[in-house]
Design a protein around this ligand. Structure first.
Ligand SMILES: [Zn+2]
Length: 443
């Protein structure tokens, strides 16, 4: 169906970061015109979407999430990273079966779509990942998603600790089956979990497969100081440089966190074009520290934002990540080190670069896919919305998102997700979380 999104303030996030008054015209899955005379470029019949009193902007991109952990929200509180993994998250993940994986993935997707997230970089657990990719495809979201790869670590539960070759074989099968599905919206990410749970052979194998299949690499790196010390003790170096040396680098590679990164490592990643996913809420909740985002951007590293997992956040809300990223940069690097405009770009076009979709999404431009979010700015909590970038970063809430379109299809209408049954999923989540918590021996 053709659509005219009429009468909003259009935050394009294009190269000049233009803000325009007028309409956005969509034919099928593509934007065909933007601005005051856009309607004249639209062949009838078309649906009119009223955006009076709204910002119309590109869909938000979350560059590091775990759909499989959405079910464990509020069940892993007040412990640091390595304890959080060993005593909570890994036992939960080991207990996951197909029914709980489906509920968890759907729960995360409903939360993110409803908040205006149109694209994600997702890391699963070791098993059952077809269920997660299937949920992504049904939801209509753009996703780079893959199973976690783990073949070492004394504290890793047996069910999650894989044989190296079998782990790579399963990832290759998933990539070949799923990449390109959903009209190209689904792509595959090879996800060695983090260097302490992966052998060099496993990581080099993932690098080889991602290269051969033209897909992505996604891992965690230098999140917490204790983790960095453990890596140094075990492998005699920093995870960032070891990964780089094993080929985990380049514009299709994503390192989540990098809170502990050094200036030399920043310069190195900038040259290699390796991306970073900044997850400020998760870094705060696990007490990991504040990533030097302003310095990373200054060094030329592309940085996206992400909610990480529900148990370390406890939301998958891109607006909270934008607000936290902006506020923490002021403490870390100075009051003017990261502007609201910078943060809006991190959440849209820079995130799209991380997912390799910046030529088709991440900004509102003629010829791009219609991944569009309509945000109500008439609420008392944002009025008078005099500065649009500040409104988006500091004031907007997920519940202000009115409509969301992906590839021109409406996935959220008046705040209700259209592609998944949010009410049924939230009701199921409670009983599933209790069932899996008991099976994991945590509840
Ligand atoms: Zn993570």
């Amino acid at each position: 169906m053709n659509r005219l999104i009429r009468g909003g303030a259009i935050v394009t996030c294009d190269g000049n970061h233009r803000v325009l008054a007028g309409d956005v015209a969509i034919v099928g899955s593509s934007i065909v015109a933007i601005g005051p005379d856009a309607a004249s470029r639209l062949p009838p019949p078309f649906e009119i979407v009223d955006a009076t009193g709204c910002i119309v902007m590109p869909g938000l991109v979350q560059t590091h999430v775990h759909l499989v952990q959405a079910l464990f929200r509020g069940m892993a509180e007040d412990v640091p990273l390595l304890t959080w993994l060993e005593q909570r998250i890994w036992p939960f993940e080991a207990a996951h079966d197909e029914a709980s994986l489906k509920t968890s993935a759907e729960l995360g997707l409903v939360e993110m779509l409803r908040a205006g997230t149109t694209a994600i970089m997702d890391m699963g657990t070791t098993h059952g990942h077809d269920v997660v990719l299937d949920a992504c495809e049904r939801s209509g979201i753009r996703a780079v998603s893959g199973k976690a790869l783990m073949d070492r670590g004394d504290t890793v539960p047996k069910k999650l600790r894989e044989n190296t070759k079998a782990s790579l074989r399963e990832a290759e099968r998933l990539a070949k089956h799923w990449a390109g599905r959903g009209n190209g919206r689904i792509q595959y990410g090879f996800c060695p979990r983090f260097i302490l749970t992966c052998s060099e052979e496993l990581i080099r194998g993932a690098v080889g497969l991602a290269d051969d299949l033209g897909q992505f690499l996604h891992t965690h790196a230098s999140e917490h100081a204790d983790e960095r010390k453990a890596v140094e003790a075990l492998l005699g170096g920093s995870d960032i440089m070891l990964l780089d040396g094993w080929g985990f680098r380049g514009d299709r590679a994503v390192l989540a966190h990098c809170v502990q990164i050094t200036a030399d490592e920043m310069a190195h990643l900038a040259i290699a074009k390796t991306n970073i996913a900044h997850c400020p809420s998760a870094n705060l909740k696990l007490g990991s520290g504040i990533a030097p985002v302003a310095a990373l951007r200054k060094a030329g590293v592309n940085v996206g934002l992400g909610g990480d997992g529900a148990p370390c956040n406890n939301n998958l809300d891109p607006w909270l990540e934008m607000r936290h990223a902006a506020l923490l940069a002021k403490i870390k690097s100075g009051i003017a080190s990261l502007s609201a405009r910078d943060v809006v770009r991190m959440a849209t076009i820079d995130g799209a670069k991380v997912l390799g979709i910046d030529r088709v999404a991440g900004s509102l431009e003629v010829g791009k896919r219609a991944d569009v979010v309509v945000v109500d700015i008439m609420g008392a909590h944002v009025a008078p919305a005099a500065d649009l970038m500040a409104t988006l970063v500091y004031g907007t809430r997920a519940t202000d998102v009115r409509h969301v379109f992906i590839d021109g299809e409406r996935v959220v209408e008046n705040g209700v997700v259209q592609t998944l049954d949010g009410e049924r999923i939230a009701a199921t989540a409670r009983s599933e979380a209790i069932r899996i918590g008991k099976a994991a021996g945590v509840l």
